[in-house]
Design a protein around this ligand. Structure first.
Ligand code: GTP
Ligand code: MG
Length: 150
């Protein structure tokens, strides 16, 4: 069996990181959401891929309410972390953002998957964490240096 995985959730403030984790754990949207969820481990036997996964909540702090950009920093000589774009709060809009997002995803091979979800409606929550596991275990080619594969 593989080692465990760690899946950090990062974003600007108030997009619903803590709510997503709590909805996953309790299968219920939390009315009162703390700033930060406890670190949890999904045990191997309840995950489709049979790998224990630590989910870590990074709370946005008060200052990042004004953020206009998020910098995800990686080291160019060792880029092996797939990115998953998570569009939360899908319950608040009528139309899917997928049309806008998919071309971006196709352009950047580092983006492994995009998923629209709602912590409130419990839509795509377990799928989201499943995609995260899958991205680690079965990454698509381009992340791992296509030049070397040829
Ligand atoms: P920080 O820890 O401050 O960075 O915020 P966060 O990303 O953890 O967001 P949090 O879970 O605290 O949610 C922020 C607000 O959005 C709360 O009022 C939630 O109730 C609300 N919220 C979270 N998820 C959803 C969702 O799927 N739909 C709707 N309508 N509201 C949501
Ligand atoms: Mg939070």
């Amino acid at each position: 069996m593989s080692d465990s995985h760690t899946c950090p959730l990062v974003s600007t403030a108030k997009v619903g990181k803590t709510s997503l984790i709590m909805s996953l754990v309790s299968e219920e949207f939390p009315d009162d959401v703390p700033l930060r969820a406890e670190e949890i481990t999904i045990p191997a036997d309840v995950t489709p891929e049979r790998v224990p996964t630590h989910i870590v909540d990074y709370s946005g702090n008060a200052t990042d309410h004004t953020a206009n950009v998020i910098c995800i920093v990686y080291s160019v000589n060792n880029k092996k972390v797939p990115l998953i774009l998570v569009g939360n709060k899908s319950d608040l809009v009528e139309h899917s953002s997928m049309e806008t997002i998919l071309p971006i995803m196709n352009q950047y091979s580092d983006i492994e998957t995009c998923v629209e979800c709602s912590a409130k409606n419990l839509k795509n929550i377990s799928e989201l964490f499943y995609y995260a596991q899958k991205a680690v275990l079965h990454p698509t080619g381009p992340l791992y240096c296509p030049e070397e594969k040829e």
